[in-house]
Design a protein around this ligand. Structure first.
Ligand code: UD1
Ligand code: MG
Length: 459
């Protein structure tokens, strides 16, 4: 039996360089708080408990992550990473192993963390390190002549010789919880920063004869933290690049993998083509042979196979059926579902409406709270007047209706099967099936009317 894995996420730091009143770990990467990415990784590792140490920003951090199964521990004053871990120790059980992660290091792969956890389960201390050309202010990994780790020295406490070391501490480590508890209790703050350093436990492990085994991530960015908006932007690009690569590997055609943003989950069928500058948010599902034109935004949308979405179309919380044609410049709003072979053209807005097979709304229209049958043709400039200033009302348009251009349908109202509405109609009562209904003032031509002429100016 594996010993239980408990994960500590340190997230109490202020993040001064973000220049923001939002706690650093709540800044978003790919539409999700940095801390959310770390919590996801912790879940993926099968943590029995995930404990978040928070501080700066107060209750904003626990409030932002309510739906996850998390334990929150307040570190009211930040006296160092060792002090942060100490606050959480009462939550941890002695027979497990603890993995320490950081709320501002969002992109670590679980495959990078698994060996550390395995080392901890084998009675060792697993430590994640990287070799950096410019180790700057990271803690340095000090090894003996045989290459065995002896301790970590923080850059502010380091000698010039130690500062020349390129292997640095990522901060991420895993060890049996009962050892961790012993060592954390013994920490002192007699160092350059007057802080309790988590890193001091390495020398204690060595002293106690516990093996310290180091591991390296496949890429340096997996252990990069976010301290500034510039670093956040850099990690965002790296993450988006990874997402694009995964889509390409799955067979999706991206006209330019560098001009795609997925902020959530995008799943694609076979032979999907996505043009440049598209944004996908929340859960988006694209069926086989779906084509998405340039500059489209799709949020929480399901698009069935064979549908083509042309440029500048925005879809929000909607379901699009098979073989539809949308856009350019269509806006599909929440609660809308389009059945099969529906065409929606430029400057058409559809909200909370159901459109059945083969219907077409090709130009400059607004449909709100409408139920539209099969093979309906809605002319340019048609508006459902669904709102009376207080309440919303439904418009029902039955199968095979033809609606002339520039028509207003004053809801609640029904246009019966096969009805035709003349152009310019303001419909205030139901239109009967199979008939032509129109409301229009009679056309008139004025006899012997003369267009006024411009008067000549006197000098
Ligand atoms: C720490 C490590 C250093 C390592 C570096 C990697 C220590 C003593 N040093 O340095 O060896 O190279 O991380 O980035 O551990 N935090 C708290 N409470 C605190 C202090 C920190 O929650 O009291 C959290 C911060 O929010 C942050 C993380 O711990 O996420 C690291 O803190 P930070 O002050 O950035 O660590 P460094 O001093 O840079
Ligand atoms: Mg510090």
């Amino acid at each position: 039996m594996h010993s239980m894995l408990e994960i500590l996420i340190l997230a109490a730091g202020k993040g001064t360089r973000m220049r923001s009143s939002l706690p650093k770990v709540l800044h978003k990467l790919a539409g999700k708080p940095l801390l959310g990415h770390v919590v996801d990784a912790a879940h993926a590792l099968g943590a029995a408990q995930i404990c978040v140490v928070y501080g700066f920003g107060g209750e904003a951090v626990p409030q932002a992550l309510t739906d996850d199964n998390l334990t929150f521990v307040l570190q009211a004053e930040q006296h160092g990473t060792g002090h942060a871990v100490k606050q959480a120790l009462p939550q941890l059980s002695d027979d497990g192993v603890t993995l320490v992660l950081y709320g501002d290091v969002p992109l670590t792969h679980t495959s990078t963390l698994e060996p550390l956890v395995a080392a901890a389960r084998a009675g060792k201390l697993g430590l994640l390190t990287v070799k950096l050309a410019h180790p700057d202010d990271y803690g340095r990994i000090v090894r003996d002549a045989d290459g065995r780790v002896r301790r970590i020295v923080e850059h502010k406490d380091a000698t010039p010789a130690e500062l020349a070391i390129h292997e640095v501490n990522t901060g991420i480590l895993a060890v049996a919880t009962r050892f961790l508890r012993q060592w954390i209790d013994a920490l002192k703050n007699n160092n350059a920063q007057g802080e309790y350093y988590l890193t001091d436990i390495i020398a204690m492990a060595v002293h106690d004869g516990i093996d310290v085994t180091t591991y390296q991530p496949a890429s340096d960015w997996e252990v990069m933290g976010v301290n500034s908006k510039a670093q956040l932007a850099e990690l965002e690009r790296i993450h988006q690049g990874e997402t694009a690569q995964a889509l390409l590997d799955a067979g999706v055609t991206l006209m330019d993998p560098a001009r795609l943003d997925v902020r959530g989950m995008l799943t694609c069928g076979r032979d999907v083509v996505i043009d440049i500058n598209c944004i996908f948010e929340g859960h988006v599902e694209l069926g086989d042979n779906v084509q998405v034109g340039a500059n489209c935004i799709l949020r929480n949308a399901k698009v069935a196979s064979g549908t083509r979405i042309d440029a500048f179309t925005v879809i929000d919380d909607a379901e699009i059926g098979e073989a539809n044609r949308l856009g350019p410049f269509s806006r599909i709003r929440p609660g809308t579902s389009l059945a099969r072979d529906v065409h929606v053209g430029n400057f058409v807005e559809i909200k909370n409406s159901q459109i059945d097979d083969g219907s077409k709304i090709n130009h400059l229209s607004y449909l709100g709270d409408a139920t539209v049958g099969k093979r309906v043709n809605i002319g340019a400039g048609t508006i459902t007047c669904n709102y009376d200033g207080a309440n919303k009302h439904r418009t029902i348009i039955e199968d095979d209706v033809f609606i002339g251009s520039d028509t207003q349908l004053v809801a609640p109202i029904t246009v019966r099967q096969g009805a035709t509405l003349g152009a310019g109609t303001t419909l205030t009562r139901d239109a009967p099936a199979g008939e032509l209904t129109l409301s229009r003032t009679k056309q008139l031509t004025v006899d012997s009317w003369k267009r006024p002429l411009k008067q000549k100016k006197e000098n």
